[in-house]
Design a protein around this ligand. Structure first.
Ligand SMILES: [Zn+2]
Length: 203
């Protein structure tokens, strides 16, 4: 795990910060790849870490947004919110890279799943190049080489003091993965640096 203070990054390279803010999932992926290749190159200095799957965790000192101020134009951006965790699912295992093979023509396919994205298997196989016969419906099977990660869903509710009189407290769903799993329990007051997903949010 590598913790990154967003303010350090902003002081170091404003442009990189801007990219992270606008497209955090892509920048995080590049950062994790960079950590991995750095450790590979310096494997003599870090022998124990060579096979570890690295996760970059962001921490921002920005003022958290109130849950009711979340807007749809923030989708896919980095943001900071605070609130109370009101429910957590049990941790579960979710595919992150699904490797599929067609039972009929042996055509293989890899599907990379974004955080919070549910695995899906295409119904139809395009077949191999030069393969004239169409493959039957639902011919793909998942291979054991598919990659999986730990994940967990939580619900966060706004602080009672943020709820206007006569209104109901608002909640949001959170998708947590890898090192963020099992980090909090219901009742915890938290500040979260995350990414707004289309249907969900990820820390
Ligand atoms: Zn096929």
């Amino acid at each position: 795990m590598l913790g990154v203070e967003v303010s350090d990054l902003r002081n170091y390279d404003e442009q990189l910060y801007e990219k992270l803010y606008v497209n955090p999932l892509e920048v995080l992926k590049i950062m994790e790849g960079a950590v991995k290749s750095y450790l590979k190159e310096h494997k003599d200095e870090f022998p124990a870490n060579k096979d570890e799957e690295w996760q970059v965790l962001l921490r921002s000192d920005d003022n958290p947004l109130k849950i009711r101020d979340i807007k749809s134009n923030m989708v896919s951006r980095m943001f900071v919110i605070s609130g109370i965790i009101i429910s957590c699912t049990k941790p579960f295992i979710k595919a992150s890279k699904l490797k599929l093979e067609c039972k009929s023509c042996r055509n293989s396919k890899t599907i990379e799943l974004a955080p919070g994205q549910y695995p899906y298997v295409p119904s139809f196989c395009e077949g191999q190049v030069g393969h004239t016969q169409k493959c039957p419906k639902d011919s793909f099977v998942a291979l054991p080489t598919s990659e999986v990660i730990d994940a967990q869903h939580m619900k966060i509710q706004e602080f009672p003091e943020d709820v206007p009189v006569g209104e109901v407290a608002r909640t949001y769903s959170l998708v947590l993965d890898r090192r963020n799993v099992s980090k909090c329990t219901p009742g915890d007051r938290v500040k979260i640096t995350g990414v707004m997903l289309v249907n969900d949010m990820k820390t």
